[in-house]
Every structure is written in C-alpha cells, then in structure tokens.
Design a protein around this ligand. Structure first.
Ligand SMILES: CC(C)(COP(=O)(O)OP(=O)(O)OC[C@H]1O[C@@H](n2cnc3c(N)ncnc32)[C@H](O)[C@@H]1OP(=O)(O)O)[C@@H](O)C(=O)NCCC(=O)NCCS
Length: 496
C-alpha cells in the first residue's frame, strides 16, 4: 500500500501542477529537481554495482508488486537479424499467393490473346507421322536384343567359356551399338518424329548406363570370386526366412544372379546402378500407388497443356527479334520464356522424380526411394549436381568418377571428365532428334564447371542459392531459344 500510496500521491502532485500554468522559473526548478534525482539514482546504481548489489531496474524487477505494471523488456525487432527469428512461413504463403495471382493474370492475358491452344490430337501427331508406322516403339522393343546379348555374355563369362578379354570386346560392341543404332534409325527412317526420337534415345541412353553398370558389378563379383573360390562353392541362391516366418526375397550370390528374371528386374527398376540384392519394400501399398498414378496422369496433361498454351506462342513470337538481332527485344523474350519454362521444369521434376519413379518403385517393391535430395537448398552448383538427379549422380560416382580417382586421376580432371560425358549425352538427346548439331546443350553442361568455381569462390549462403536458381531459370530458356531459332532457320527460312 505504501508504494501505491506514494505513486498516487506523486500523480496527484503532478496533476496539481498541471492544472495551473507554470512560470518559467518553476519549470526550471522542476527540471533541476529531475536532473538531481536522475544523477542520484545513477550514482546509487554505480555504488550498488561496485558492491555487487542489483541495479535499481533489477531490484525493481525482483519486486513482485512492480512486475504487474511492466510491459517492456529488452528485445530486438523481429526483422532485425539479431532477433534470431526465422519463421517466415506466412511470407512464403504470401509469395505463393502473389505468384498464383500474377500468373493468373498472365494466363488470362494469354487466353485473351491466343484463345485455347491445348489440343490432345496434336500430341499424338508429335509421336506419329504415319498411323501405320511406329518406328520409335519398334526401336524401343528392339532394345531387348542388347539386354539379351549382355545376359548371354555374362553367362559365358561366369561359366568361364569366354575369357575376360572377349567379354570386354563383346561389351564394347554391344554398348557401342546401343548408342549408334538409334542414331542410324533416326536419320534413315523418315516417318520418325523428333519427340518420338527423344523418347527412344532416352530409353537407349538409360539402357546403355544400366548395362554398363551390369557389366561392372558382374566383373567385380568375378574378381571377388577369384579371390575366395572356396567360399563360393556353397554360394548359389539361398532363401532367407524372416523373423516372423514369412519368406523374404531370396538373397542371391554370384553367379546365381545371371538370370532373365534378375536382368529384367534391373532393366525396369528405377535405378541405373546394378546390385545383386536390391533393398525391397515389404508390400505394394495400393493407395500410395493410386496417388502416384493420378499424379502422373494429371501432371503429364498439365505439362503438355502448358507447353502448347504458353511456351509455343512465346517461342514463336521470339523468332523475329532473334532474326533481326534486336538485343533488347531478345532479352525481353528470353525473360518472358523463362517463366513458363521454369514452371514446366519444376512440374517435370515432380512428375518424373517423385510420381513416376515412386510409382515404378512401388509396383516393383524397389525399396530405395532416394531419387532426389534437397537440391532446392543448393548454395553451390556442386551441391545442385550432387542432389538433383540421384540415379545419374550415383552412376557417375560409382562407375566413372571413383574408378578414375582410384587410378590416380586428379579430382579436377575426374570432375571435368564426368561433366564431359554428361554434356555428350545431353547433346546426343537433343541434336540427334532435331538432326542438327549445334552444341548448345553441350556448352550449357560444360559451363557448369566455371560456374561452380565462381559460385563457390565468390558467393555464400543465400547469395549462392540465388545464383543457382538464376542459372536454372535463365540458363535453360537460353538453350531452348538457341535450338528453336536454329531449327527454324534451318527448316523454315529455307522454304520461304
Ligand atoms: C562429378 C561428380 C560425380 C562429383 O561428385 P562429388 O560428390 O562432388 O565428388 P567428391 O569429390 O565430393 O567425391 C565423391 C565421392 O568420391 C569419393 N572419393 C574421392 N576421392 C576418391 C579416391 N581417390 N578414391 C576413391 N574414392 C574417392 C569420396 O569419398 C566420395 O565418396 P562418398 O560419396 O561415398 O562420400 C558430380 O558433380 C556429378 O555427378 N556430376 C554430374 C552430374 C550430372 O551430369 N547429372 C546429370 C543430371 S541430368
């Protein structure tokens, strides 16, 4: 009550003074009195600190009756970095809302300008020129020959009928044909379309990488077998019993793996790296499978629709500035194309690496579902390539990079060699179907090496992450426009 009474008395006194006008001398007196009180408090606090006593503020805080009136504490504003605040979920939602709104405007503008361009019949014509000729499908079915050739070579190598040198020769022939045969077909068969060729060549490239891995792993098994011949006398396929009594997938030992069933399981499995015993999931989850299937169908339609409605007209409108070498209009077109291109690429990522790969994995009870890692947090270009496409990265490490490093090749040389190989396959998948060799994809991939060096040396944290995003958002449409421009000049301008 004493404290409160004093406070109330003080207030009353101030009110009284406030009710009548103050003379200049009384104001000066009041200021002097306040200054004196302040300096007295200060000296008291200093003396107290010297004696190890709490300062007046602290001692007030300790008094429970004062706590009731306190509404301030020592704290930073949320947006200042010293506050340590990091929950920006609401801001992220705002970004998404803004993105949807601004894209909705673009979408409406596009609809008003061009009308509805989505045409499912046109999609069929991208795959087939002649309804009675299906060259891409025939090419894909013919790829079985190479699988069977690899299996039979392995069988003979395993039984000792073929020496290792003959095995190397046959594999070189088989893998070389896998890369060359579809190129010949694409150039010779006129009824094959560019989109159909991309599919066929993509499947042949995957098969090339898979059979290369198949060859390596079986060779490693033979080398191991040579080292422990005795132990392997008893090591053919043996069933394993689970703890609950169920029959688990049998564990296979070399050469028990060299069978049709095993090689075809690998050919269809969502991985490029062969293993004798893949990790297997215990059962097929039907709801999971159905969700992935619906996603696959929906996102495929969405990608095709966005390409027809948004990308194609933008590309068509970009031809004139590129022909006239009008630089400011070229940059404007490039930035315009960057938005749909990037959106389609992101949807493609989810469609392929999440929906399709998980669908196939679930169907085949393939247990390892690490098809991608958090590449979106990449602060360096190296991190991006290590995490965005795990099947390819794993293959590169296991069958190309590490063997080179073990042979004493320097890290820089080995990385350059991996990017060279990757650049070759990127160019192979674009140039052959377009029947035009321009090396834009090759250069795009090779430019990752200096870009990786630059980002690692000069940029850190969020700046590095922004640099990776910019390179993805801008880099891809540059390559797309280059190819389309060259294709247009080569195929249509000549006709005019
Ligand atoms: C080139 C590339 C393989 C380098 O990968 P990286 O992870 O940066 O390479 P690192 O130097 O960090 O080494 C990776 C591995 O090699 C191992 N290694 C390094 N030196 C070694 C040596 N002398 N002997 C054996 N192993 C070695 C490391 O221990 C590490 O092993 P871990 O993965 O088991 O931890 C990678 O950037 C890549 O995959 N690039 C191409 C990607 C691509 O083209 N993708 C196409 C997608 S469309």
């Amino acid at each position: 009550m004493g404290e409160r009474g004093a406070g109330a008395a003080g207030l009353g006194r101030r009110k009284k003074t406030g009710s009548r006008p103050l003379s200049t001398s009384s104001v000066a007196e009041l200021e002097d009195a306040e200054e004196e009180t302040l300096s007295r408090r200060k000296s008291l606090a200093e003396n107290g600190r010297e004696r190890g006593e709490p300062c007046p503020a602290q001692s007030q805080a300790a008094r429970p009756s004062d706590n009731q009136f306190r509404c301030h504490k020592l704290q930073e504003s949320l947006l200042s970095s010293a506050s340590g605040y990091s929950n920006y979920r609401g801001i992220l939602n705002w970004c998404v809302v803004m993105l949807v709104l601004s894209n909705a405007r673009l979408f409406l503008e596009n609809l008003i300008k061009y009308g509805i361009l989505v045409d499912p019949i046109q999609v069929v014509s991208l795959f087939l020129k002649d309804p009675y000729s299906w060259p891409s499908l025939c090419l894909i079915l013919a790829s079985n020959i190479f699988v069977l050739a690899a299996l039979n070579t392995e069988r003979r190598l395993a039984s000792g009928a073929f020496p290792e040198s003959l095995g190397i020769f046959l594999y070189t022939l088989n893998l070389g044909t896998i890369l060359c045969a579809p190129v010949l077909v694409v150039f010779m068969v006129t009824s094959i379309t560019s989109v159909g060729s991309v599919f066929a060549l993509g499947i042949y490239t995957i098969l090339f990488l898979k059979l290369y891995s198949y060859k390596d792993v079986n060779k490693w098994c033979r080398e191991k077998r040579k080292a422990k011949v005795k132990a392997l006398a008893r090591s053919m396929s043996a069933p394993v019993i689970k703890a609950n009594g169920d029959m688990a997938h049998s564990v296979v030992f070399y050469p028990g793996n060299v069978t049709y069933r095993d090689v075809y399981y690998f050919v269809f499995a969502p991985t490029l790296c062969y293993e004798l015993n893949f990790p297997r999931s215990p059962r097929i989850r039907k709801r999971f499978l159905l969700r992935r299937l619906l996603e696959m169908l929906f996102f495929m339609q969405l990608i095709v629709g966005l390409i027809q409605q948004w990308m194609v007209p933008t590309i068509q409108n970009s031809m004139k500035p590129f022909r006239d070498m009008d630089y400011s209009r070229m940059i404007e077109r490039l930035l315009k194309l960057a938005v749909p291109n990037h959106l389609i690429w992101l949807i493609f990522f989810y469609w392929f690496f999440h929906s399709c790969m998980n669908f196939v994995a679930e169907l085949m009870q393939f247990g390892d579902r690490e098809f991608y890692r958090d590449w979106w947090n990449s602060e360096t270009v190296t991190y991006f390539w290590q995490n965005w496409n795990i099947p390819v990265h794993r293959w590169c490490l296991r069958h190309f990079y590490k063997p080179m490093m073990k042979r004493g090749v320097s890290k820089w040389m080995a990385q350059t060699a991996v990017f060279l190989a990757s650049a070759f396959f990127h160019e192979y998948l674009v140039s052959v179907p377009l029947k035009m060799f321009r090396l834009w994809a090759f250069m795009g991939m090779m430019s990752q090496i200096p870009l990786a060096w630059f980002v690692a040396k000069f940029l850190r944290g969020n700046y590095g992450n922004a640099a990776v995003w910019i390179s993805l958002i801008i880099g891809q449409p540059i390559a797309v426009l280059m190819y389309v421009h060259d294709y247009y000049v080569l195929n249509y301008e000549k006709l005019q």
